[in-house]
Design a protein around this ligand. Structure first.
Ligand code: SF4
Length: 653
């Protein structure tokens, strides 16, 4: 291990401290693309050399850069080389943030880009995964699940397979990370939900914290010398919780880092909104506030706490009755009323009274200081969230209903101010990498939505011959029966070997149900997202060439070269859902269809198209279905985003 770290910290070239480091690193990187990789059998790509020169400026001036590069340009190799060298120079790792959890595994797979660099450049690269908290088992939830009715046996054997130090705290052996979602590929997403960490777990005061896989994994990835790979969501969670964690005496989720690469950077705004979201639940408030009752407190405080619990219960009941279902969404819309506003104010006032009481109480030193800090943090967060909730113009809120009660979700509409202050004002190179970021050749839309004042940018087209490699067909159909018929014919044409992309989980589940009743579909092996851990499904799809992978979240980033992926089928046009987030965006837009729905759909569709051709030897089919294609304007826009030279065939059933 020590040896690996030592090697990882060595520059891959002879460094002269009297000269600029970036200049010397750039010369070495140019040599890699001109000489070393071509000698190892890689194509010499002008696009990579051009990109390398662009990144040199971003790294030497510590600037933000939009690096828009089409599929097959080899952009990952370029940014990895800069990120690694700069990490070694500054002695701080680089962060590579991918669009989601399934993509972070792809960078470190044996045939992935990091392994390629290590092999061909004879480098030892210390890259570690910083997975999100929900990717780890929560020992408390596992305990409950073992005692439950459903799948108790499966959870029992997971419990039995945990390392000894989990069961026996006195064991004198080294702790190591465990309990990662990937270690349980056979569990469905539903089963995993019963044991995986969720936002309502209170790790701060958990007695199992030091033996928990999540905590141990954090200790592991924090020590990476070169690269930490995480998701956008996780990076944003780090940004958002940074100050609070420090106040609570905890380490931030990620260590100090030297640069950040946002892969699929066009998706960052959504991740930021998600991380800045408040989730309020009555049971969580009750369990946190009642901690104060464990100490010797004055009666007036005890009475106010009881009052607050009662008011919280009342408010959540009112929220539930004031909400209404949204067609096609599991989220419920909150209907604001004077009564609701009055109850929110009343709750805020009781919380303020507790805060005041706590000022007195802390002077008496009767409460545990640590518990007090946690309660104060929670009250502060609640007051912030309630104040936001009272001003609906700046936020999007909804209710999620679960068995154990409702959750009020409050999400800010704009995140640019916070991003500007906490991310883009840092003196650090930040790379946005994606095939689709500019709108009509300009990056202004991205800069404005993320609060970036100044950035470098460039665009490089894909080197592939799409006219020869891609054959596309579109069908203006919407009925399930017709779509199934067409899907079957197209799957027979490609002999399986297809990725079917669905805009929603509901559409995927309906497809799964329907094909089970049609014998002809039995000729194919289908793999469905949600039935097992995602990277396990991707591996199975890649190794069983004729199989068909059905997914909702793989419109972006999936990289499967070769015949296993010879056909990409879009089951429907990926218009945004009818949920509170998009309803709010539509409400604020003068022409919602043109400025919200169409751009989102086209961007997603373009990303989906990008899954097919991953190298110059690849070729295959594209099938796009959707009743909206009967509208000439939609069809015209869809045709325009197809790569140059690709003329779609119009199919009918
Ligand atoms: S530390 Fe958090 S995730 Fe781990 S067992 Fe405790 S509550 Fe669960």
């Amino acid at each position: 291990m020590l040896e690996a770290l030592k090697l990882a910290n060595t520059y891959p070239f002879d460094f002269d401290p009297k000269q600029s480091f970036i200049q010397q690193a750039s010369d070495w990187i140019a040599d890699v693309f001109y000489e070393r990789l071509p000698e190892a059998g890689f194509e010499l790509r002008d696009e990579q050399i051009y990109m390398a020169f662009q990144l040199e400026r971003a790294y030497s001036e510590k600037q933000t850069i939009f690096a828009e590069a089409g599929v097959g340009t080899g952009k990952t190799l370029v940014y990895l080389l800069y990120a690694i060298n700069y990490a070694r120079y500054t002695r701080k790792p680089a962060i590579i943030a991918c669009a989601d959890e399934s993509l972070i595994e792809q960078l470190v797979k044996p045939e992935g880009d990091i392994a390629k660099l290590a092999r061909h450049l004879d480098l030892t690269i210390d890259a570690r995964l910083g997975k999100s908290m929900d990717q780890y088992i929560c020992l408390n939830k596992l305990e409950d699940a073992r005692g439950g009715i459903e799948d108790a046996e499966a959870y029992g054997s997971i419990y039995a397979s945990l390392p000894d130090f989990v069961h026996n705290p006195a064991t004198m052996q080294a702790f190591y990370p465990y309990g990662n979602r990937k270690d349980y590929p056979e569990l469905t997403d539903e089963q995993w939900k019963a044991i995986g960490w969720d936002v309502f777990q209170d790790c701060l005061v958990c007695s199992r914290r030091h033996r928990c896989g999540q905590t141990l994994s954090r200790e592991h990835y924090r020590k990476a010398a070169d690269i930490i790979i995480c998701s956008h969501d996780f990076y944003m969670e780090h940004v958002w919780t940074y100050e609070a964690r420090k106040r609570e005496g905890q380490l931030p989720l990620l260590p100090e880092h030297s640069s950040v690469v946002f892969d699929e950077g066009h998706l960052l705004e959504t991740a930021a909104q998600k991380a800045l979201t408040y989730k309020l639940k009555h049971s969580v408030f009750e369990s946190i506030i009642t901690r104060l009752l464990n100490g010797e407190i004055r009666e007036s405080l005890a009475v106010t706490i009881d009052e607050a619990i009662e008011q919280s219960e009342h408010l959540f009941r009112l929220l539930e009755s004031s909400s209404r279902a949204i067609a096609g969404s599991e989220r419920r819309e909150v209907v604001m009323s004077d009564q609701l506003l009055k109850e929110v104010n009343r709750f805020g006032a009781v919380l303020a009274a507790i805060e005041e009481e706590l000022v007195f109480e802390s002077g008496l030193f009767t409460l545990d200081a640590y518990q007090l800090t946690i309660v104060e943090e929670h009250l502060e967060m609640l007051q912030l969230a309630l104040n936001l909730f009272k001003r609906p113009s700046g936020l999007i809120s909804w209710i999620e209903q679960e068995q154990e009660g409702i959750t009020l979700v409050i999400m800010p509409k704009l995140v640019k101010e916070i991003l500007k202050e906490r991310v883009f004002s840092k003196n650090m190179p930040i790379v946005f990498s994606s095939a689709t970021m500019s709108v009509s050749g300009s990056f202004d839309y991205m800069s404005a939505s993320l609060g970036i004042r100044q950035a470098l940018s460039f665009s490089v087209a894909s080197p592939y011959d799409y006219e020869r490699q891609m054959s596309a067909a579109v069908a203006a159909i919407g009925g399930q029966e017709k779509k199934l018929k067409l899907a079957l014919a197209r799957l027979q044409q490609s002999q399986g070997r297809a990725l079917i992309l669905f805009p929603s989980k509901e559409e995927l589940l309906r497809f799964k149900l329907d094909i089970a009743a049609i014998p002809d579909f039995a000729a194919f092996r289908f793999l469905f997202e949600g039935t097992a851990e995602i990277s396990h499904l991707i591996d199975a799809f890649q190794s069983d060439e004729a199989s068909v992978l059905c997914a909702v979240t793989l419109w972006e980033g999936l990289d499967i070269p070769g015949p296993s992926l010879s056909h990409v089928m879009m089951w429907s046009l990926p218009f945004p859902p009818q949920d509170p987030v998009f309803t709010a965006k539509r409400r604020d837009a003068a022409a919602p269809f043109e400025t919200v729905d169409m751009p989102y759909m086209l961007l997603r569709l373009k990303q989906g198209l990008g899954r097919l051709i991953r190298r110059s030897e690849d070729s295959g089919l594209i099938t796009i279905m959707g009743n909206e294609l009967a509208d000439e304007r939609v069809l015209d826009q869809v045709n325009r985003i197809l790569p140059e030279g690709v003329r779609p065939e119009l199919l009918s059933v």
